[in-house]
Design a protein around this ligand. Structure first.
Ligand SMILES: C[S@@+](CC[C@H](N)C(=O)[O-])C[C@H]1O[C@@H](n2cnc3c(N)ncnc32)[C@H](O)[C@@H]1O
Length: 369
């Protein structure tokens, strides 16, 4: 049986929970999703896996959360495309060997990547998020057309795109079917699945929709990943060493109060402005964990600090599943935006592991046949 755990989101955001239930009722898994969910063969969360010979072109790579997850699953990067200067600097800082293209995806030419195994990416969420007003195809930030163009150019074995759960809302059904049909014409079978980062060891709920498209000859072998049922650490335990780094005397009491996983980290958009942990509703959820979500600070609280501490960029990065040695280029606002936008590496790794299994298994089946 799966263990359950409390989340600050659930306790303080009943309206969000209702939306989830509605989404699941309206779109039962099989209606737009040809694959079942099964645990993949998983490796340790940290550390690189032996490379398996598969390569991906990562689109809208941001700070590299998803790219790191793919690397941990043993998948190499043929290239990474990203428009934001600071995010590109972050990618180069952490992985000088990665080929980073600071380029607009709308005009990126994929010709040189013909035959790459996977096209993966985390597209900007505002066109489909409630906070972004769900303008969908009318939003100039919608990059699905660019992805379809690149898939046509590159013809990878698999496509994998991460987005917000808003894309599963009823208003986008025609658009989802349009994407599916476009890919079908190119010879791919496609499906969407809503999953939570907390199922993959990440200390926040962070529901995210993953879209997978597989060329027909690989489609049989794919299954969605499933977490191992182990509850992730509550915020207090996860951040204890960072929060106590400057000798804060109140840290033990804080750890005991912060006994749940975090609300979904938000606040990563340019329009959002300075770094804070999100709108009023999110900040209320943070307050139940004894965290002041009104801003991000440079340092952990000092010995005699009184009140609710704010988080540092490093603390939020850890809650997003980044290892502590992953650096973020830029000042606080730019760095926080990159962290807030990321697809948690352990979650990305779980999806990438199942893609790897699917593509390598299909290769073996074909060789045996
Ligand atoms: C959701 S974030 C990606 C997060 C990333 N997958 C990660 O795990 O760290 C979306 C990214 O798309 C980038 N982006 C937005 N518009 C773009 C465009 N036209 N071309 C390329 N990148 C773009 C943003 O700068 C942002 O980093």
């Amino acid at each position: 049986m799966k263990k359950t755990w409390k989340t600050a989101d659930m306790r303080s955001e009943p309206t969000m929970r209702r939306r989830d239930e509605k989404t699941e009722l309206l779109f039962p898994e099989m209606s737009e999703n040809p694959w079942v969910t099964k645990p993949g063969k998983r490796t340790a969360i940290n550390g690189r896996r032996r490379m398996c010979g598969l390569r991906t072109l990562e689109l809208c790579a941001g700070a590299g959360g998803q790219a790191l997850g793919f690397e941990q699953a043993g998948i190499e990067h043929a290239g990474l495309v990203e428009l934001d200067k600071s995010a590109c600097a972050t990618l180069r800082l952490n992985r000088p060997g990665w080929k980073v293209f600071e380029h607009d995806l709308n005009t990126f030419d994929g010709t040189d990547f013909k035959g790459v195994d996977i096209v993966s990416g985390g597209l900007p969420c505002p066109p489909f998020s409630v906070a972004g007003k769900q303008l969908g195809t009318k939003d100039e930030r919608n990059l699905f057309p660019a992805v379809i163009r690149l898939v046509d150019q590159i013809r990878p074995k698999a496509v994998m795109i991460e987005n917000v759960r808003g894309i599963l809302d009823a208003v986008f059904i025609d658009y989802r079917l349009y994407i599916r049909d476009q890919l079908k014409k190119l010879g791919y079978k496609a499906g969407w699945k809503l999953m939570n980062a907390s199922d993959f060891g990440v200390s926040q709920l962070r529901p995210r929709v993953v879209f997978v498209g597989l060329r027909d000859e690989y489609a049989e072998q794919f299954t969605w990943p499933e977490g191992d049922g182990e509850p992730p650490s509550p915020v207090g335990r996860k951040l204890y060493d960072l929060m106590s780094a400057n000798g804060w005397k109140g840290v033990d009491a804080w750890r005991d109060q912060a006994d749940e996983i975090a609300p979904t980290v938000v606040g990563g958009s340019h329009k959002h402005g300075g770094p804070d942990l999100g709108p009023t509703r999110a900040r209320k959820a943070w307050a139940t964990l004894g965290v002041d979500g009104l801003g991000i600070v440079d340092d952990a609280p000092g010995p005699d600090f009184n009140g609710m501490p704010r988080l540092t960029v490093r603390m939020v990065a850890r809650l997003q599943g980044f290892p502590d040695d992953w650096q973020f280029y830029g000042k606080k606002t730019a760095a926080y935006r990159q962290v807030g936008n990321a697809f948690p590496p352990p979650f990305a790794k779980a999806v990438a592991e199942n893609l790897r299994l699917c593509l390598t298994r299909s290769r073996l089946v074909r060789l045996a046949g």
